[in-house]
Design a protein around this ligand. Structure first.
Ligand code: 5GP
Ligand code: ZN
Length: 114
């Protein structure tokens, strides 16, 4: 998709601090981190939100979720606990319409998040 910020990061047209890359997923640090570990995990292929990713129905959602866990292990937060969040729709705070999982950890994460 030509006018998508995260597609441009996949295409390396916009720089990002990449922490993990697999065949179908890319993980990079959020530019405005909300926790010591705050990494965005995206499918390289464009889907607008979590519902569209789930509907892709070819294992892509599995790959993204597996990449989230791999990032948590790599960041050293898998044992202490981490959160995976898909903001889905403007009412839930989604601002970039290329599906992304926020992987958050490295501090106490309260629930509910507020
Ligand atoms: P959303 O609000 O859609 O769930 O999350 C979008 C996230 O993308 C935000 O946490 C925001 O800080 C992050 N973000 C926005 N623009 C950029 C960018 O150009 N580079 C990176 N690395 N993160 C971005
Ligand atoms: Zn995109």
């Amino acid at each position: 998709m030509t006018d998508c910020l995260f597609c441009k990061i996949v295409a390396k047209e916009i720089p990002a601090t990449v922490v993990l890359e697999t065949e179908r997923a890319l993980a990079f640090r959020d530019v405005n981190p909300q926790a010591p570990t705050h990494v965005l995990v995206i499918p390289k292929e464009h889907h607008r939100d979590a519902a569209a990713l789930a509907a892709a129905d070819d294992g892509l959602a599995d790959d993204v979720l597996a990449a989230c866990h791999a990032v948590a292990v790599q960041e050293g937060v898998a044992d202490t606990g981490y959160r995976v969040v898909f903001n889905t729709g403007p009412g839930a705070g989604q601002t970039v319409f290329h599906v992304h999982a926020h992987v958050l950890g490295g501090r106490g994460l309260t629930w509910p998040p507020g």
